[in-house]
Unconditional design. Structure first.
Length: 188
């Protein structure tokens, strides 16, 4: 794919993800969690934003066993994301589009500026930190509200790395991209 459009890249990556077998996804997810936990930024982070994985995404639930951290998960609110404290995937409920989200009645809102490290899912990433999401712009808008020192980790399977993608002015770049095969530092 020489100069793919976002739409054609999304179609291509969805086919790549559909071809991954569950055992390979599970093993890759475990290695991705190990790589995240080995980062000095992880050790320093006090408030960490995770996500409840869809079948096509790396599962980060094992990270919830890390002591000394406050975890929060995204919830769609209007045209944006907000994050709520939650210590267990089991406490998440289906929200819009059947994504698992924290119940705001039981899970306190976490101000964007409190989040030290964000694990950000996406359909594709570049080695330079470019991210292709699912098309709603939710994470891009939220990343514009976090502290400038917050670390954004692009989380994907190695097969989701692409050499290039079209980026727009509102697209936020990742600090680092983590796959089961490597940890790619994108910017200081």
């Amino acid at each position: 794919m020489d100069h793919p459009t976002k739409a054609s890249l999304r179609t291509h990556i969805r086919k790549v993800l559909a071809a991954l077998v569950p055992a390979a996804r599970d093993g890759a997810s475990a290695e991705i969690c190990r790589r995240i936990a080995a980062l000095p930024e992880w050790a320093a982070a006090r408030t960490v934003a995770l996500y409840a994985a869809q079948l096509s995404e790396p599962d980060l639930a094992a990270l919830l066993l890390s002591p000394g951290k406050t975890f929060c998960f995204p919830r769609i609110s209007g045209d944006g994301l907000e994050f709520h404290r939650c210590h267990s995937i089991g406490l998440l409920l289906p929200g819009p589009w059947k994504l698992l989200e924290p119940d705001p009645r039981d899970c306190a809102l976490v101000p964007a500026l409190e989040i030290d490290l964000l694990c950000v899912p996406g359909l594709a990433f570049t080695r330079a930190g470019g991210r292709l999401g699912r098309g709603g712009g939710y994470y891009d808008r939220f990343l514009g509200r976090v502290h400038p020192r917050a670390v954004a980790l692009g989380i994907c399977f190695h097969a989701q790395l692409v050499p290039a993608m079209p980026l727009e002015i509102h697209d936020r770049e990742m600090s680092c991209v983590i796959t089961e095969a490597e940890t790619i530092l994108c910017k200081a």
